[in-house]
Design a protein around this ligand. Sequence first.
Ligand code: NAP
Length: 483
Amino acid sequence: MAPKVAIVGAGFGGLCMAIQLERAGIDSYTVFEKAGDLGGTWRDNSYPGAGCDIPSHLYSYSFEKYGSWTRRYPEQPEILGYLAHCADKYDVRRKIRFNSAVVSAVFDGAEWQVTTAAPTPGAEPLTESFDMVVMSVGQLNRPHLPDFPGMSDFEGTSFHSARWNHDHDLTGRRVAVIGNGSSAAQFIPRIAPQVEQLTVFQRTPNWVIPKPDATFGPLTRLAFHYVPGLQRAYREWIYRYAEATLYPALAQGWSVGLLKQRALRHLRDQVPDPALRAKLTPDYPPGCKRVVIDSTFYPALTRPNVDVVTEKPIRITPRGIETTESLHEVDTIIYATGFKTTEFVAPIRVSGRQGRDLAEQWSGGAEAYLGISVPNFPNLFLLYGPNTNLGHNSIIFMIECQVNHIMACLPYISTLGPMEVRPEAMAAWTRQIDAAMSRMVWGNGCQSWYKTAEGRVTNNWPGPTPLYRRLTALPPRRAYRPV
Ligand code: NAP
C-alpha cells in the first residue's frame, strides 16, 4: 500500500512532490500550506520588479515546459501563474490544505504525528498521522529584520521587502532602503523614479553582472510551443552554459577572472562617477556572496534623487535612521535585509526517534544526507535542505533530483516500513561536502546568508549539479536501514 505522505509547503518543491506522486498514481498525500495561496517565495515576494535572474525556460519543471513565457527573465506574476498552471494541470490543488501552518511533526516510533496550528483562536490544534513527511519550506521564507534600537518608535511606515506594503504609496516620499542584495537591486530601479528621495544603506557592496533580458514576441512563443525539441534545446543550453562558466568561478577555477572583469566592466560602463564607483566596488572575491544579476540597478543608483550611504545605521528614531555620522530623516523604511536562512525547517518543531529534537541535532549547523535525509528522523525528507542551494544554476533542477530520490525510496518504505539514513552514509556525505567546500569561494573573506554565524556553509551545494543528479539517482537501498 502506498504510504500516507504529509508535504509541508506549496511552493516549487512541495508542488513538485505532489505532482510526482499524482503522476505515479498515488493520492494518499496532503499538502499543508500556511498561507491562503500556493507559490511559496513567489507568493511572498511581490515587491516591484520581483523576478528570477535565472531564465524561466530553465527555472521551471523539466516535465512541464511552458511556451507562454513572455520574456527570458519573467517577473513574479508570470512565475506564480506558471505554478498555478502546474497545480491545476496536474490536479494537485484539491490536495492542498490552505491556512494550515504545521507547528510540529513528531515521530512516535511508527508514524509521524503532524500538528497544525488551531484554525481559529481558542480552538484546538489539529493532529493527523502520516507514514512520511516531506518538508518543503524553502531556505528564504522567514524575513530577517535587523535589531536596531528604536525600530518600533519609527513614526513613518516600514516593512520588509518580502512583505511589501502595497497599500503604502511611495510617490513623493523620502524612502530609505536598508540592504542592497538581489531583492533591493530589483525594486530600487522601480521605485527610484517614483519617490522624492531614496537613500540606500549599503553595508557591503555586491558584485553585479548584466542581465541579458529579452522579450519573446508572438512568433518566438509560437516556436517554443510548436517546434519539436526547441524548448528542450534552449533549456539545455542555458543549463550547460551556467554549469560550464559560472560553476568554475565559484570553485575558484578558470573563469573567476572573467567573472570579475565582466562585473568591473559593467560597473565602469554604468557608473561614471569615480567616487560612487569606489563605494560600489567589492573587496572580496566574486561569488563569495550571491552575485547580483541586473542591468538596471547601477543606473538607478546614479539618479540625482538617489544616495548610496555607507555610514553604519546605529538606531532608528521616530523620524528616520541615525548613523555613526548623521540623522537621515525619512517617511518610509524598507528593510531589504534578507532572510533567516540557516535554521531550515524552523519554526516547526521536529522530533524524531527516541524524542531527538532536530534543532538540537543541528545546533552545530544543519546537515542532511544528499540534503534530503537526517539520521534519527525516519521517513522524514527535506526538499531544498542543507547544502543544496546554488549560486550559479536553477534550484528547480535540484528540487527535481530530490523528489526523484524520495520517489525511489517509496517502494522500500511501502515494504519495510519506516527507514532512516545510515550514520555511515551520513558521515561519508559530510566528508565529501567538507572536502568539496574547501575549494569553494564562499569561505573566502565575506559574510553571507550561505553560512552560520560560526562560518559553516550550511546552505550551498559545493559540487557541479550533474554530480548531484548522479548521486541522488543512485538506488537508495544501501544508504538507508529499517528502524
Ligand atoms: P540578502 O542577499 O541576504 O541581502 C540582505 C542585505 O541586507 C545585504 O545587503 C545585507 O548587507 C543587508 N543587511 C542585513 N542586515 C543588515 C544590517 N543589520 N545592517 C545593514 N545592512 C544589513 O537578501 P535578499 O536581497 O532578499 O536576497 C536573498 C536571496 O534571495 C538572494 O541571495 C538570492 O539567492 C534570492 N533572490 C533571488 C532573486 C533572483 O532573481 N533569483 C531575487 C531576489 C532574491 P551585507 O551584505 O553586509 O550582509
